[in-house]
Ligand binder design. Structure first.
Ligand code: HEC
Length: 143
């Protein structure tokens, strides 16, 4: 198969390396905001121990300082998963881009990770609703 650049394959699934180079390397090459650096085996060993399915799902949903989807809103879960596999494999693991069977498990884990975030957001919303601001002499603003 000939080597094609990203720009030459519109609509096609990007490889993990392409996704890493175009998106993830912005933080994971130099360790911006303490992002685990690709190639730093010590930093990655505990992530790799989390296992491919769980790590991919949690990172995709966003965890601590890692933004959901790495901030790339048009990235598919499969492409994201390929990038995680590439990054981990550059850092001590031997992970392949997820096949269909693994994608089913990643999707299930990703739903779980999102559900947890939804519950957190609902709790914050209840907190807001429980403490309305009443403006003196005026109408209470929409909450
Ligand atoms: C804007 C910066 C930024 C970009 C872009 C970014 N990451 Fe991250 N990533 C982080 C940071 C910061 C952390 C560390 C999170 C923490 O531990 O607080 C992280 C952590 C991770 C982790 C480990 C998650 C865990 O459970 O600790 C994975 C996997 C990951 N990123 C994958 C990716 C992939 C794949 C991409 C590209 C699609 C990407 N990141 C793009 C900042 C970024």
């Amino acid at each position: 198969m000939p080597t094609l650049s990203c720009a030459a394959m519109p609509g096609q699934v990007k490889t993990g390396e392409q996704v890493y180079q175009t998106i993830c390397s912005a933080c994971h090459r130099d360790g911006v905001a303490h992002a685990p650096k690709v190639g730093d085996r010590a930093a990655w060993s505990k992530l790799i121990a989390e296992k491919q399915v769980e790590l991919t799902a949690d990172a995709w949903a966003g965890t601590r300082a890692m933004p959901p989807k790495g901030g790339a809103t048009d990235l598919s879960l499969r492409e994201f998963g390929g990038a995680v596999a590439y990054m981990a494999s550059q850092s001590g693991a031997d992970w392949q881009a997820p096949d269909d069977a693994m994608m089913v498990r990643i999707r299930a884990a990703a739903r779980g990770a999102l559900d947890k975030k939804i519950r957190q957001a609902q709790a914050m919303r209840r907190e807001l609703d429980a403490s309305p601001i009443v403006v003196k002499g005026g109408k209470s603003p929409a909450q």
